[in-house]
Write a protein that binds this ligand. Structure first.
Ligand code: 5GP
Length: 194
């Protein structure tokens, strides 16, 4: 069992609606030593790739992206949630359906910060249905930049996002892959990883 799986078992709380709460260490209160380990692990897995930018979506991906980007020595670009399309046309825009609220919203990135020369590693805290990731990929594609890989801290294997991304041919590295979780008993099982 890896460092992250151990932490999920000791502090993760399974909520109804297929939601795992990890707010004591990952996305509300944050354990910076754990984030450092996460950054180092993604760096190890993508050491063969010439990453120039780490892209994430606000807000819970930001701390993770910072940790990863420090390892690669590259900037973080944050896709921002937006209420309206900027009419000046200086941003790339994608539509994302929120996993928690089921509402659709726009995410934007300034054209200044993603260019055709960029080799992008996209990171986020969770992968469920893959909508957030799909939006981020479409921003990179709008910029004609290259998606070098996807990095997810916690993938829920029984939701279709991870399967879809791998099927589309993207390299997806997930540090903990949840096979099942039960809101009644709180039991969490992981897919075995090498
Ligand atoms: P997707 O777009 O893949 O359906 O969902 C991913 C997004 O929803 C992530 O950015 C994450 O913030 C949120 N999310 C999905 N599942 C969970 C979960 O089980 N727990 C938490 N805390 N957030 C989740």
């Amino acid at each position: 069992m890896n460092f992250l799986q151990q932490r999920i078992l000791s502090e993760g709380i399974v909520k109804p609606g297929n939601v795992l709460k990890v707010d004591s260490f990952l996305n509300h209160q944050m354990d910076i030593a754990l984030l450092d380990q996460i950054g180092a692990e993604f760096h190890r897995r993508y050491a063969d790739k010439p990453i120039t930018k780490v892209l994430t979506i606000e807000s819970s991906g930001i701390a993770i992206a910072c940790s990863v980007a420090r390892e690669f020595g590259v900037p973080v670009v944050v896709a921002k949630k937006s209420k309206s399309v900027n009419i000046d046309g200086d941003t790339y825009v994608a539509e994302v359906e929120s996993f928690t609220s089921k509402k659709k919203h726009l995410v934007v990135v300034s054209k200044k910060f993603l260019t055709a020369q960029d080799r992008v590693l996209i990171v986020d805290d969770f992968m469920a249905n893959g909508y957030a990731m799909q939006g981020l990929i479409s921003l990179v594609e709008s910029a004609e930049a290259t998606v070098e890989g996807l990095g997810i801290v916690i993938e829920k294997a029984y939701q279709e996002g991870g399967w879809r991304m791998r099927n589309l041919g993207y390299r997806l590295e997930s540090l903990a892959i949840i096979e099942s979780m039960d809101p009644k008993t709180g039991e969490i099982t992981f897919q075995t990883q090498e």
